[in-house]
Design a protein around this ligand. Structure first.
Ligand SMILES: Cc1cc2nc3c(=O)[nH]c(=O)nc-3n(C[C@H](O)[C@H](O)[C@H](O)COP(=O)(O)OP(=O)(O)OC[C@H]3O[C@@H](n4cnc5c(N)ncnc54)[C@H](O)[C@@H]3O)c2cc1C
Length: 466
C-alpha cells in the first residue's frame, strides 16, 4: 500500500492547487478524482466553459448589433453554428484540464482516478477501474459542490436543466426561463439571450445579484432590461412542470397573485450544495454541519485533527479563487507556516456584459455596522476609453472610512471590471486610503481611470473629468 504525507480528495481549483502547494513544500502527495478529467466543476462545467460561451456569444452579438456602427459591413447574414460554438468551448475545457495533468506530473503528484472513500482517518479506498487503498498522514477534502434545486422541481436534464446541461444545449431556446437571478443564471441567461432566445429571470429576492451592493444590482438590472431581459424579482416559484416540449413555471408575485411563465427550457440556478456523496466521512469521524458542509475551524481543520477541508464543501463563498486560497493555506499550515486568508478581500465577479465586480464591504453592510463612510462614484460614460469602445454603462464606486479615508469597499459595473477589481484588492490588502489610489498614475485612456476618478471623488469630492 502506498503511503503519503497528504492525500487530496477532489481535483477542482481547491484540490489541485492544494496538491501543487503541498508538493512544492516537499510533501509526498496524492490526488484522487472520481471523474476522468481533472479540474473539478470550475474547469469542466463551471468557470471556464461558461466564459468560453460568454466570449463566443459576445462576438456574435457584436457582429449582429455593433459592427455596423464601427463601419464594418458583413455581406450576408451572420449566423450561429451552435454545435461548433459548443465544440470550441469543449476544446478550451480539454486544453485547460490537460494543463492540470501536466502540472500534476511536473510536481510529481500521484493521480488516482476513482471515488475516494474514507476507510478510517488515515486510510482511503479508491474505487476506480480497480479498487486501491492508500494511507495518508493528512487528508484534504476538496469534494466541491453540485447544483441544488427546489424540493418540488424534477431536473430532467433535457428541458428542466442545471448549468451543466446549459453548457451543452443542442439548440438555442426560444424562451429560456431562468429560476434564480444570481451569477450563474445571469451569465448563462446572457449567453442564450445574445444568441436570440427570449430570457425571463424569476428571482425570489427583491433584486438580482442580491448579495452584492444594491447599486450594482440596480445598474445591472437597468442594463439587462435594455438588452430586453425580462426580470421578475420578488417572485416565489411554486411549481415547474414539463408538458411535452414546454415547461410551465408558476410563481406568486409580490402581491401574492399567481403568474405563469411558459418556455421551451427552464434553467434552475438557485445555488449549489456541498458534495460529500460516497466520501464516507463518518468512517473517519468527520462531522458535517446541518447544511451538509464539512465543519471546519479557522484553520480549515475538521474535528479530526489530520483531516482538513476546503472550497465549496466548506462555509463561505462558492468561488474558485476562494477554494485556491484555502488550498494554499492548508498546505502551508501542514508545512508549519502561519498563513492567513482575509475573506473580506475575496473579490466577487459576474461575467455578464457589462461585468460586475466587488470587494470589501457593501454600503448596506457599512450602514448595518454603523460605520461612518464616504462615497466616491464615477460613471464609465465620462471616460474617453469607454466612449472609444462604446462600453459606456456602469460606474466605479469607492466606499472609504469617513475619518481615516481607508478604502472599505469597491463596487464596479462596466467593461473589463473583472480585471479592474484586482487594483482594488491590492489597494485594500495594503490598507490604502482613497487618496493613495487617487495619487497613483493610471494609464490613459483606460477603464482603470474610473478607479482613480472614483478615488478622487471619495477623497475630497474632487474628480477631474466630471
Ligand atoms: C456554471 C458555473 C460557473 C462558475 N463560474 C465561476 C467563476 O467565473 N468564477 C469563480 O470563482 N467560480 C465560478 N464558479 C464556481 C466554481 O466552479 C467553484 O467555486 C469551484 O469549482 C469550487 O472548487 P472546489 O475545488 O471546491 O470544488 P469542485 O470544483 O467542485 O471540485 C470538486 C471535485 O471533487 C471531485 N470529487 C467529489 N467527491 C469525490 C470523491 N469522493 N472522490 C473523488 N473525487 C471526488 C468532483 O468530481 C470534482 O471534480 C462557477 C460554477 C458554475 C457551476
Amino acid at each position: 500500500m502506498s503511503t503519503y504525507d497528504v492525500a487530496v480528495i477532489g481535483s477542482g481549483p481547491g484540490g489541485y492547487v492544494a496538491a501543487i502547494r503541498c508538493a512544492q513544500l516537499g510533501m509526498k502527495t496524492a490526488i484522487i478524482e472520481k471523474y476522468s478529467t481533472l479540474g473539478g466543476t470550475c474547469l469542466n462545467v463551471g468557470c471556464i466553459p461558461s466564459k468560453a460561451l460568454l466570449d463566443s456569444s459576445h462576438h456574435y452579438e457584436d457582429a449582429v448589433k455593433h459592427f455596423e456602427a464601427h463601419g464594418i459591413e458583413v455581406p450576408g447574414e451572420v449566423k450561429v453554428n451552435l454545435e461548433k460554438m459548443i465544440a470550441r468551448k469543449q476544446s478550451v475545457v480539454d486544453q485547460t484540464t490537460g494543463g492540470i495533468d501536466f502540472l500534476m506530473k511536473k510536481n510529481k503528484i500521484d493521480v488516482y482516478q476513482g471515488l475516494g472513500s474514507f476507510k478510517d482517518a488515515t486510510h482511503i479506498t479508491i474505487n476506480g477501474e480497480e479498487t486501491t487503498e492508500i494511507e495518508a498522514k493528512n487528508t484534504i477534502i476538496a469534494t466541491g459542490s453540485k447544483p441544488s434545486t427546489l424540493p418540488f422541481i424534477t431536473i430532467d436534464k433535457e428541458r428542466i436543466i442545471t448549468s451543466t446541461e446549459a453548457l451543452k444545449l443542442k439548440e438555442i431556446p426560444k424562451h429560456l426561463i431562468v429560476i434564480g437571478g444570481g451569477v450563474i443564471g445571469l451569465e448563462l441567461g446572457q449567453v442564450y439571450k445574445r444568441l436570440g432566445a427570449e430570457v425571463s429571470v424569476v428571482e425570489f429576492m427583491d433584486r438580482i445579484i442580491p448579495t452584492m451592493d444594491a447599486s450594482l444590482s440596480k445598474e445591472l438590472n437597468k442594463v439587462l432590461k435594455k438588452q430586453k431581459f425580462k426580470i421578475n424579482a420578488s417572485h416565489k416559484v411554486k411549481s415547474v412542470e414539463r408538458v411535452g416540449d414546454e415547461v410551465i413555471v408558476k410563481a406568486d408575485n409580490k402581491k401574492g397573485e399567481e403568474v405563469e411563465f411558459r418556455g421551451d427550457y427552464c434553467l434552475v440556478s438557485v445555488g449549489r450544495r456541498p458534495y460529500t456523496d460516497g466520501l464516507n466521512a463518518e468512517a473517519a469521524g468527520v462531522k458535517l454541519t446541518d447544511r451538509g458542509q464539512i465543519e471546519v475551524n479557522d484553520h480549515l481543520q475538521t474535528n479530526v485533527p489530520n483531516i482538513y477541508a476546503i472550497g465549496d464543501v466548506v462555509r463561505g463563498a462558492m468561488l474558485a479563487h476562494k477554494a485556491e486560497e484555502e488550498g494554499v493555506m492548508v498546505a502551508e499550515l501542514l508545512a508549519g507556516q502561519k498563513p492567513h486568508i482575509d475573506y473580506n478581500l475575496i473579490p466577487g465577479v459576474v461575467y455578464t456584459w457589462p461585468e460586475v465586480a466587488a470587494v470589501g464591504k457593501t454600503e448596506e453592510e457599512l450602514k448595518e455596522a454603523g460605520t461612518k463612510y464616504k462615497v466616491g462614484q464615477f460613471p464609465m460614460r465620462a471616460l474617453g476609453r469607454a466612449r472609444a469602445s462604446t462600453d459606456i454603462d456602469g460606474f466605479v464606486k469607492i466606499l472609504a472610512d469617513a475619518d481615516t479615508d481607508e478604502v472599505l469597499g469597491v463596487h464596479m459595473v462596466g467593461a473589463r471590471v473583472a480585471d479592474l477589481i484586482s487594483e482594488a484588492v491590492t489597494a485594500m490588502e495594503f490598507r490604502a486610503s482613497a487618496e493613495d489610489i487617487a495619487r497613483m498614475s493610471h494609464a490613459h485612456p483606460t477603464y482603470a481611470e474610473a478607479v482613480k476618478e472614483a478615488a478622487l471623488a471619495a477623497t475630497e469630492d474632487r474628480p477631474l473629468h466630471i
